[in-house]
Design a protein around this ligand. Structure first.
Ligand code: HEM
Ligand SMILES: *[C@@H]1O[C@H](CO)[C@@H](O)[C@H](O)[C@H]1NC(C)=O
Ligand SMILES: *[C@@H]1O[C@H](CO)[C@@H](O)[C@H](O)[C@H]1NC(C)=O
Ligand SMILES: *[C@@H]1O[C@H](CO)[C@@H](O)[C@H](O)[C@H]1NC(C)=O
Ligand SMILES: *[C@@H]1O[C@H](CO)[C@@H](O)[C@H](O)[C@H]1NC(C)=O
Length: 512
């Protein structure tokens, strides 16, 4: 969730020209990564940066290789895009490359954490541990999945007031699939993850408004420039506060949530403000990425008629007549569904992992031109490191034809170690180059996304029920473009326009 912090970078970009006039005698020593210091000509580039850093980042990578440092507004940011050695080290050495600083920054800016809980590192660690432990347990994921199936189903089955009244889905109604899927996924997953007593429905509008204003919060827009976003957040915080302060209601929430509440109680943080800020961050973490991913997953699949037909067969095959239910376990672990999911997260996410360097350190980075060679670079305490998924997920060396969606890209290919669509997925015996760490939608290390097991469950559940109950035909000629810049490396991209489809409720179930 906190991957958004980096938009902070954009603020620095805006400030950069001012600071550049300081023009300190600043140069990287030979042991340091090449420094892009920003002389006068750079200002022109810096302005482009504010709207879209990607082209410059790619240009610098082509010119300087897999590590370089940007000097911006008095701060150094080292970009590491080395999938061979560098990315691994940053993620695995959490003591040197610390995620906490950026998380704490976002906690305040975005979620209005109280200072006292944000600065209590013991408490923060206890919370993270609880979340990781809970969401890593297969039994817990099974239980959430079961609730999710039931909740999703009632939203789309024949008797659903949501389909019949809100959407008046008839024989061939055209709808924006994103709007439709966003609401159904949001509500069903909220009940499944937070519990049935959670005020998911009443929070929806304001929460969505808050999420859509995110960049403004990170950039620190004053109230007048983002009144609606700020008011929406205020309303969400108030509702969350009301809910969690009400012992009776809160106690009826899911075991995942009551476990978190117990920690608040134990540490003595049972005020409305302590609770609401934290829970806003959890709502955000569990929604902001997984909902658009579940949409893209469905959209890419329904857009490809042959593949859709194949998936429909797969769904039919996994329907168990005796129980009148699906073999969900088989579906969630199906290699083809998993490959298509992985491919969707590769293509549709734009993740930034930010880490603060806590002490002077060395990092070993492979040479992008001759990957069997590497060099150690010196990094300074106090600077920061950025890892951007856009530099690896969309790199043709890592993933040929990177901007296209290939459902089968990640199918395990047992016969050979060289899948041409993921050429570095396996270690290369000849060159001794290790398997690349180029697929990074979940971040990595101690803060790696604990929701990743749940994310695929959500996407597959939606896919199965949507194709089971409906015949979905795209009206839009293409899948929508992803919104550029809006997210700014802050997570899963949202569609830039509607994805219009014709939805027709099947008069007969897929399996008769
Ligand atoms: C496709 C969907 C998702 C994507 C792409 C995604 C991505 C991420 C990323 C990149 C991070 C930051 C990792 C880092 O900085 O190293 C993160 C953290 C987190 N995610 Fe997810 N996430 C998704 C779904 C979910 C879901 C469904 C949940 C939960 C219920 C969740 C809960 C969290 C939490 C709690 C954290 C913070 C972990 C910490 O504080 O250490 N995520 N996620
Ligand atoms: C729905 O439309 C299709 C084709 O337009 C038609 O064949 C079918 O009979 C219709 N079904 C109902 C229930 O109106
Ligand atoms: C605040 O942000 C949201 C989302 O970006 C936008 O719709 C709204 O118009 C902004 N401005 C104000 C004054 O609320
Ligand atoms: C944010 O939290 C502070 C207390 O920490 C509170 O006074 C303020 O009203 C909160 N802001 C919103 C928008 O809820
Ligand atoms: C991805 O994030 C980068 C910043 O890291 C940004 O420049 C680029 O525009 C983003 N791409 C899209 C499609 O939003």
């Amino acid at each position: 969730m906190m991957d958004l912090w980096h938009t902070l970078v954009s603020i620095l970009f805006i400030l950069a020209p001012v600071f550049l006039y300081h023009n300190v005698a600043l140069r990287s020593t030979s042991a340091e990564p090449p420094l892009i210091k920003g002389r006068l000509p750079f200002i022109g580039v810096a302005l482009n940066f504010v709207s879209d850093p990607q082209p410059l980042l790619e240009k610098m990578r082509a010119k300087l290789g897999w590590i370089y440092t940007l000097y911006l507004g008095g701060r150094r940011m080292t970009i590491v895009s080395d999938p061979v050695l560098g990315i691994r080290q940053v993620y695995s050495q959490g003591r040197i490359f610390d995620a906490g600083e950026f998380f704490r920054y976002l906690n305040i800016k975005l979620f209005n954490y109280t200072e006292r809980i944000n600065s209590n590192s013991e408490f923060q660690e206890a919370l993270v541990r609880h979340v990781i432990t809970y969401l890593s347990s297969p039994a817990n994921i099974d239980a959430i999945a079961k609730d999710l199936q039931a909740e999703y189903r009632v939203l789309v089955d024949e008797n659903s007031p949501f389909c019949n009244d809100d959407y008046t889905l008839q024989n061939g109604t055209t709808v924006d699939l994103y709007g439709f899927a966003r609401k159904t996924m949001y509500v069903s997953a909220a009940y499944a993850v937070f519990g049935k007593s959670f005020p998911a429905d009443s929070l929806y509008r304001n929460y969505i408004n808050f999420e859509d204003s995110l960049l403004r919060f990170i950039k620190g827009y004053p109230y007048v420039f983002n009144r609606s976003g700020q008011d929406a957040r205020k309303a969400v915080l108030a509702d969350l506060g009301d809910f969690f302060i009400d012992q009776e209601k809160a106690s009826r929430s899911s075991p995942f949530i009551t476990g978190i509440s117990a920690l608040f109680d134990k540490f003595g943080y049972m005020t409305r403000e302590d609770l609401s800020g934290y829970f806003l961050s959890i709502v955000f973490a569990s929604k902001s990425n997984s909902i658009p991913i579940a949409f893209w997953y469905l959209a890419f699949i329904v857009h490809d008629p042959e593949f859709k037909a194949e998936i429909i067969e797969l769904i039919k095959k996994n329907y168990v007549k005796e129980t009148k239910d699906f073999d969900w376990k088989a579906l969630y672990s199906d290699p083809l569904l998993n490959s298509a999911f992985k491919e969707t997260t590769r293509l549709a996410s734009n993740i930034t992992s930010g880490r603060a360097i806590t002490r002077d350190a060395m990092i070993k980075v492979a040479d992008s031109k001759d990957r069997t060679k590497s060099k150690e670079y010196y990094l300074r305490k106090g600077d920061s490191v950025l890892i951007l998924s856009s530099l690896t997920h969309w790199d043709p060396d890592a993933f040929p034809d990177p901007m296209a969606w290939h459902a089968r890209r990640f199918l395990p290919d047992s016969s050979s170690s060289s899948n041409p669509l993921v050429p570095h997925e396996h270690a290369d015996k000849d060159t001794k180059e290790p398997q690349w760490r180029a697929y990074i939608p979940w971040g990595g290390g101690g803060h790696m996304c604990p929701g990743r097991h749940l994310a695929i469950v959500e996407a597959v559940t939606q896919l199965v029920y949507m194709l089971w109950y409906f015949d979905i035909e795209p009206v839009s000629k293409t899948v929508p473009k992803m919104k550029v810049g809006e997210n700014y490396g802050g997570g899963v991209l949202k569609p830039a326009s509607a994805y219009t489809v014709k939805i027709r409720r099947r008069s007969e179930p897929l399996v008769s």
